[in-house]
Write a protein that binds this ligand. Structure first.
Ligand code: GRF
Length: 194
């Protein structure tokens, strides 16, 4: 199994989807070993605790140095960004190239890049009047949401959708399904290479 770290900033529903998938035996090549948050109050840290996974809050000052130390300490081979709202430096993403994946709540290349995160993504989709949206898992590089696409899943936009209602549907019908599947596929491929 590939030791995996999940980086979080908020509620952690995508982390929970990974935890639940692991408990159901759906991620044979992924060992959830470390959760790191850049927000001390992230409920995702509580989810990690309840699942018996090491959870660490890392403050802003020296964030990447501390993060790299934790990742090395735990022997991490795969990093999953799950609702993580801090831009990682080019140095960091180059060091971990091919080993960082991210879940974004739209069908990239729509509604992505700088400034598109959380509810803002769904507000933009509704403002544009798209009939289909969804979620994307992609490799992370120095361009926000710019890395190679790994998986996507489409979700219908319904009349009367609010950003909150649409966000929830995208989470339930797309994010929570494709993130565990993508993490498992990438981990299996990376383990095969080692
Ligand atoms: C979700 O909209 C997700 O698509 C985005 O961050 C938001 C919160 O995710 N990546 P989570 O509940 O913290 O996993």
């Amino acid at each position: 199994m590939l030791k995996t770290s999940v980086l979080v900033s908020g509620g952690g529903t995508n982390l929970q989807a990974l935890i639940d998938a692991s408990a159901r035996g759906k991620m044979q090549h992924v060992e959830l070993s470390l959760v790191v948050s850049n927000r001390a109050d992230a409920f995702a840290l509580e989810r990690a605790k309840r699942a018996g996974i090491r959870g660490e809050y890392v403050e802003k000052a020296g964030f990447e140095e501390r993060l790299n130390a934790l990742l090395d300490e735990e022997g991490i081979g795969l990093i999953v960004l799950a609702g993580f709202l801090r831009i990682l430096s080019g140095d960091f993403t180059r060091r971990w190239a091919g080993r960082i994946i991210n879940i974004h709540p739209s069908l990239i290349p729509s509604f992505c890049g700088a400034g598109y995160y959380g509810l803002r993504v769904h507000e933009a989709a509704l403002a544009r009047g798209v009939k289909v949206t969804g979620a994307t898992v992609h490799f992370v590089n120095e361009i926000p949401d710019g890395g190679e696409i790994i998986a996507q899943r489409a979700v219908e936009v319904l009349p009367g959708d609010t950003p909150e209602v649409l966000q929830r549907r995208v989470m339930e019908q797309a994010e929570w399904i494709i993130l565990p599947a993508a993490a498992e596929a990438v981990a299996e491929r990376l383990e095969g290479r080692e």
